[in-house]
Every structure is written in C-alpha cells, then in structure tokens.
Ligand binder design. Structure first.
Ligand SMILES: NC(=O)c1ccc[n+]([C@@H]2O[C@H](COP(=O)([O-])OP(=O)(O)OC[C@H]3O[C@@H](n4cnc5c(N)ncnc54)[C@H](O)[C@@H]3O)[C@@H](O)[C@H]2O)c1
Length: 246
C-alpha cells in the first residue's frame, strides 16, 4: 500500500459518529492513520468504525473517567497517540431570556470542558514521545457570534480559542502543536436539525461563496494542520466561504 500522509500515526477524533468528525475519521484512514472513532452515540460510532476499519470507543467527553479509559485503551492497542481532534460538540439556539443554568452548563461542559479533559489526558501521552498534533474544532461563532446557536454556544466556542492559544504556548517546546479550526455553516446533521431548507438557502445566498461548506472541506483543513503544518501553532483558522472576514 502506498504511504499516506498519516501512515504510522494514531489519531483520536471525538464526536466522529457523524458530521465533520466522521469525515475527518474517513480522511485520516485514507491517509494511513490508525483511527479511533469515539462518540457518545455508541451504535452510530460502531457503524462508522466498521465501515473504515477503525477502533470504536463509546464515551462522553464530559466524563473524566471515560476520557481516561479511552486513552488507556488506545495506548494499550497502538502504543501511542499522535493526533487528537476535539470535535465533539452540541448546539442549541436558545436565546438568553429562556436559557437555563442547566442548558448553559451542558453546552459549556461538552464543548469546552470536554476539549479540556481530552487535551489534558492526551497531552500526558504525547509528551513522552515529544510529538503531537491537536486540533480543536471551534466555529465562526468563536470569532464573532453564532448564526444558529445561543450565547452559551458562542461563549464555548470563543473560550476554545483562548484555550488553544494557552496550551499551544505550553506544548510547543514539547514538539506538540495545538490549533483551532473555525468553520462557518457546514452541511451536517447539526445544521439540518436546527434549520429548515428555506432558512439554509437564505444563509447560503448571503455568503460570498454562496453555499454551505462540506464536512470533507473541513477534514482537508484539519489534515493539513496535522500532516503538513509543523510551524503553525496557536492559530485559529477560518473556513467559512467568506462569510466572516477578519
Ligand atoms: N455544522 C456546522 O455548521 C458547524 C459550524 C461550526 C462549528 N461546528 C462544530 O463542529 C463540530 C462538529 O459538528 P457537526 O456539525 O459535525 O455536529 P454533529 O451534531 O453532526 O456531530 C457531533 C457529534 O458529536 C457527538 N457528541 C455530542 N456530545 C458528545 C459528548 N458529550 N461526548 C462525545 N461525543 C459527543 C454527537 O453524538 C455527534 O456524533 C462541533 O464541535 C460543532 O460545534 C459545526
């Protein structure tokens, strides 16, 4: 088999049972990586893992024990972790007047605390090898304000950007890069669930590139960051069809 860009690399992608995470997992396998499909939805994750010959782990990124067990299992099976993509995320459109503390906490817990927990435990493994690539999936919401999500979603995605910079600075001397990707409107289940086709069309025609992005386009950017970008760290990279230019 020809060498891929990720041959001999071990990659965990959280939230990879569908959407962008799934596209990233599929692309990484095509590039030769040993991939771990991890998701709170075990059944869907299993189907994806089987279809691409990847390892499957059902886990909740907000549960510290789940994260530890996942990392232990991956190291037992592959001996290392080279790449972590913190992709698991949830979004609700609730406006501030109706936003409960419970919903606020849940969104911050999955999107931000989950990213923290996975990063912390995986960094411990990467340090030993003095090599690692971490990509955090933020959003245009983190750079500006969310199109669909409420204040909790925007706050969580903005916090991921600060977290990315801080950890990038600490991890750089250890050979580990940490970057964030900020997608605009991408055609996934998350968007289709929240938005009617008519509303999607209205958004699309307002973008300089008048369509949604595809999960594969985001996967290509993530692949670039983990395979071809040793001098990029602490960056927040936009992929949004020109919807947001800053
Ligand atoms: N689709 C977009 O337009 C868009 C834009 C910007 C950013 N994002 C971000 O990209 C990431 C992927 O989004 P998507 O559109 O593919 O979403 P999606 O809803 O299609 O997929 C998200 C996956 O995360 C999993 N997940 C949710 N909570 C989890 C938890 N606690 N532990 C483990 N897994 C969990 C879900 O089961 C699902 O499989 C998210 O972080 C999202 O916020 C999406």
């Amino acid at each position: 088999m020809p060498q891929g860009k990720l041959t001999n690399k071990v990659a965990i992608i959280t939230g990879s049972a569908q959407g962008m995470g799934k596209a990233i997992a599929e692309m990484f396998v095509r590039e030769g990586a040993d991939v771990v499909v991890s998701d709170i939805n075990g059944k869907k994750a299993q189907l994806v893992a089987e279809s691409i010959d990847a390892m499957c782990i059902k886990m909740d990124v907000t549960n510290a024990k789940d994260v530890e067990i996942m990392v232990k299992k991956v190291v037992e099976r592959f001996g290392a972790i080279d790449i972590l993509v913190n992709n698991a995320g949830i979004m609700y459109p609730t406006r501030i007047d109706d936003l409960t503390k419970e919903e606020w906490d849940r969104v911050l817990d999955v999107n931000l605390n989950g990213t923290f927990l996975c990063t912390k435990v995986v960094l411990g493994i990467m340090k030993a090898k003095k090599y690692g690539r971490i990509v955090n999936i933020s959003s245009s919401a983190g750079r500006s304000v969310s199109t669909l999500g409420g204040a909790h979603y925007t706050a969580s995605k903005a916090a991921i950007l600060g977290f990315t910079r801080a950890v990038a600075k600490e991890a750089a001397p250890l050979g580990i890069t940490v970057n964030a990707v900020c997608p605009g409107l991408i055609d996934t289940e998350m968007v289709r669930q929240e938005c009617s086709a008519e509303r999607i069309n209205t958004y699309e025609t307002s973008f300089p590139i008048p369509r949604m992005g595809t999960p594969e386009e985001v996967a290509k950017l993530v692949l670039f960051l983990v395979a071809d970008a040793p001098y990029i760290t602490g960056a927040s990279i936009d992929i949004n069809g020109g919807d947001l230019m800053i």
